[in-house]
Design a protein around this ligand. Structure first.
Ligand SMILES: NC(=O)c1ccc[n+]([C@@H]2O[C@H](COP(=O)([O-])OP(=O)(O)OC[C@H]3O[C@@H](n4cnc5c(N)ncnc54)[C@H](OP(=O)(O)O)[C@@H]3O)[C@@H](O)[C@H]2O)c1
Length: 347
């Protein structure tokens, strides 16, 4: 048996990505289990890690990429209780998920219902948990409120839109024109940020302003998002997309401004959400929220938008798609190739 995985030996562009095959499988240490990965997620965060710009990853290359996974336990390490070979589990790995096998801390695994498709299940781990925690724990949205979602056609964006509709919110979303049809299909109002000023659109609505805005862009964009809020509104910042794409912005300045806007008596709040530190500090919240998302998906109340299911070998291409903002929703790596085999057999 061998272990195929996606690695980088140095930080850089998509050319640093390699698919390698190791002859030895990793062995679980005390307290760990070995997981045979069924599906792993792809996200914009992989781009940041590949470029060496992700603050929560201190490891130096060689690094195996992959922020989240769903798989089956294949070996139980010494001292692990309550888990068995064959159990289906999910984890936020941050790095390491894009591999056939990976050893993980047994304590932090989240059980996955057996009837949930692994490709669907993995798309809930990073992107939907981020969206769910921002909506419920950061912005504390209430039924009937109006939210503005930037990048509404992306992985986290589609999750915010879909969960926003699930919570009976009025949802507006900025996106390129190509994504508007999908956004409308989910029940939200698209705004083409290339040709429209979103602050003006939101402030010109009847009962002007939004109750919460979710902004992954950074820099001056945060200020414009703040300006689109009404009194009592909450700005939830959660990324520096523009800085990663070389479009300027200073992360330190952005944090300072968010802090300032939050303490100023302007009737609005501003904060930053980051799943990594939250997951470490509140593992119980992460487990509870992901469990709830699995339940919603099993009952068909949410259905993640999966743009493409790919094989490990296509990960370098997927980095290029994500960097050129092509995906509408999520890309998932079907590690076992099972899903694609099924699709081919139906052709
Ligand atoms: N803090 C956290 O815990 C956390 C967790 C997950 C992700 N993130 C961050 O969230 C962001 C999104 O991640 P993702 O995986 O969902 O990425 P993604 O799927 O690549 O989505 C990003 C979207 O942003 C849109 N976009 C680009 N410029 C825009 C602009 N000026 N205005 C509005 N939309 C714009 C892009 O499409 P169009 O331009 O074509 O509309 C694209 O759909 C990233 O910055 C990531 O680092 C943070």
């Amino acid at each position: 048996m061998s272990n195929k995985k996606v690695i980088i030996k140095r930080f850089g562009g998509p050319e640093v990505l390699e698919v390698v095959e190791e002859e030895q499988l990793p062995e679980p240490l005390p307290g760990e289990v070995r997981v045979r990965v069924l599906a792993a997620g792809m996200a914009f965060t992989d781009i940041m890690i590949r470029k060496g710009q992700y603050p929560d990853v201190n490891e130096k290359p060689p690094i195996t990429l992959g922020y989240d996974l769903v798989g089956e336990i294949d070996r139980v390490g010494p001292g692990v209780e309550g888990l068995e070979v064959g159990d289906r589990v999910a984890q936020l790995t941050v790095i390491g998920a894009q591999a056939d096998y990976v050893c993980l801390d047994a304590d932090r695994l989240v059980p996955v219902p057996g009837d949930l498709d692994p490709v669907q299940a993995v798309s809930l781990v990073l992107s939907y948990t981020t969206a769910y925690q921002m909506l419920t724990r950061k912005a504390s949205v209430r039924e009937g409120e109006r939210i503005l979602v930037h990048g509404a056609g992306g992985a986290v964006g589609t999750a915010l839109v879909q969960l926003g509709k699930h919570f009976n919110l009025e949802v507006y979303g900025t996106a390129s024109q190509s994504k508007h049809e999908m956004i409308e299909r989910m029940g939200a109002h698209p705004i083409d940020y290339h040709s429209e000023d979103f602050v003006r659109v939101i402030q010109n609505l009847e009962n002007p302003g939004a109750d919460a805005v979710f902004d992954h862009l950074g820099g001056e964009h945060f200020k414009r998002s703040l300006n689109s809020l009404r009194r009592g509104g909450r700005l939830v910042a959660y990324g520096f997309y523009n800085a990663t794409m070389g479009n300027g912005g200073s992360v330190i300045m952005d944090f300072a401004r968010l802090f300032l806007w939050d303490v100023l008596p302007n009737g609005k709040s501003a904060s930053f959400y980051s799943i990594g530190p939250w997951w470490k500090k509140h593992p119980d919240w992460f487990k509870r929220d992901l469990h709830e998302l699995f339940e919603l998906c099993t009952r068909g109340e949410i259905q993640p938008v999966i743009w493409k299911t790919i094989r490990l070998e296509e990960v370098p291409q997927a980095h290029r798609w994500i960097e050129s903002a092509e995906p509408q929703g999520k890309i998932v790596v079907d590690i076992t190739g099972r899903k694609q085999d099924e699709e081919t057999s139906h052709d």
